[in-house]
Ligand binder design. Structure first.
Ligand SMILES: C[S@@+](CC[C@H](N)C(=O)[O-])C[C@H]1O[C@@H](n2cnc3c(N)ncnc32)[C@H](O)[C@@H]1O
Length: 332
């Protein structure tokens, strides 16, 4: 009862905060244009007015793998969903890539004002929704999407599998999904926990899975990897501490939705019988989604092995065009 009331209030608080931020944002935009937002805290580095770029939290040469992966997909007329959107850099790129509709979601309205400035500066239209915790998204979002981006989110949640399972029914059959997160580059079916901040100082970072575990969970949720990129953390030079006592990296996987789990006998039984598989997702809805025709450069399944990834490595330092830096002229 008490948690119910707290949750309802949190949603109500988010709604009130959104309205407040919307009005405040509109006012600031009318008074000073997008440039009026330049002195706020920014996650991305964004050119708001010609030549004036905000100071994001990453170095300008740090690879942003999902951005690079977006270039390998064709978004013409696609419906797209971006999870944990911050200041909506991905939605801008999706709009500019020709997407028909983009929905950006985040926990709360903490970036909503800045998003209004970004929309105005880049002349793009997308929808935004506060969704609170990212589990059970199929109960919070209507419809279906040709493309879903889930980047930079899974290491921030207690249960990455709940988040993936909850969003999976929103993906159209044969649709594409980017899953990008930090991984442990060691053999084995396990995840490491950020106990005492050993992996990252951030208080809301929890799990890094091994490649094997992530791949197995993707198959379990009927997501077939077809493309991937990785950057080894030891190659990064950053003020943020990425390295710890196990070899780790940032992995970005492009997956194609499949109609059946690529299964071993245990997976088949778990899919058919486990309460979790029935309760924390909605396979009836997933199976009722229309078939998507969204295209990607890669059309064949890949395996997320260390050997496979060796050829898919990205350098630790890249041009701004591949980083968390958005310029007014950028199309991708
Ligand atoms: C590291 S940023 C990644 C932003 C963007 N998706 C990207 O790849 O650049 C994490 C995003 O997830 C959201 N987020 C973090 N922890 C969350 C949680 N526990 N529940 C819901 N959203 C969360 C943040 O608000 C933010 O938008």
């Amino acid at each position: 009862m008490v948690t119910h009331v707290i949750r309802r209030n949190r949603r109500w608080n988010n709604t009130c905060a959104s309205l407040y931020y919307e009005m405040r944002g509109r006012l600031a935009l009318r008074r000073g244009g997008p440039g009026a937002f330049a002195d706020r805290w920014w996650y991305y580095s964004v050119e708001l007015t010609k030549g004036a770029v905000t100071h994001g939290q990453y170095e300008d040469d740090l690879p942003f793998l999902p951005r690079m992966m977006l270039r390998r997909c064709d978004f013409a007329d696609a419906t797209c969903l971006d999870l944990g959107t911050m200041e909506a850099m991905i939605p801008v790129l999706l709009c500019r890539g020709g997407a028909a509709r983009v929905l950006a979601v985040d926990y709360g309205p903490h970036c909503w004002e800045k998003m209004q400035a970004v929309k105005a500066a880049y002349g793009v239209r997308f929808d935004y929704k506060n969704v609170g915790a990212m589990d059970g998204l199929y109960q919070k979002i209507r419809g279906g999407f040709d493309f879903i981006n889930c980047s930079g989110l899974l290491y921030h949640v207690w249960s990455p599998l709940h988040v993936l399972a909850g969003v999976r029914p929103l993906l159209r059959r044969n649709g594409l999904m980017i899953v990008s997160t930090n991984v442990i580059l060691r053999d084995g079916m396990y995840a490491e926990f950020n106990a005492a901040g050993r992996m990252q100082v951030e208080a809301n970072t929890f799990w890094y899975p091994t490649l094997d575990l992530l791949e197995y969970q993707l198959h379990y949720l009927r997501l077939q990897p077809i493309d991937a990129m990785v950057v080894f953390h030891e190659m990064l030079s950053s003020k943020i501490r990425y390295q710890f006592d196990a070899p780790s990296g940032s992995l970005c996987v492009l997956c194609r939705a499949t109609d059946e789990a690529a299964a071993d006998p245990w997976m088949r039984r778990s899919v058919a019988q486990s309460w979790e598989y029935q309760n924390f997702t909605d396979w009836v809805r997933a199976d009722r989604q229309p078939v998507s025709t969204i295209a990607a450069e890669s059309t064949t399944p890949i395996e997320l092995t260390a050997k496979e990834l060796a050829s898919r490595q990205v350098e630790g330092s890249v041009s701004e065009h591949d980083a968390h830096v958005l310029h007014l002229a950028d199309r991708s």
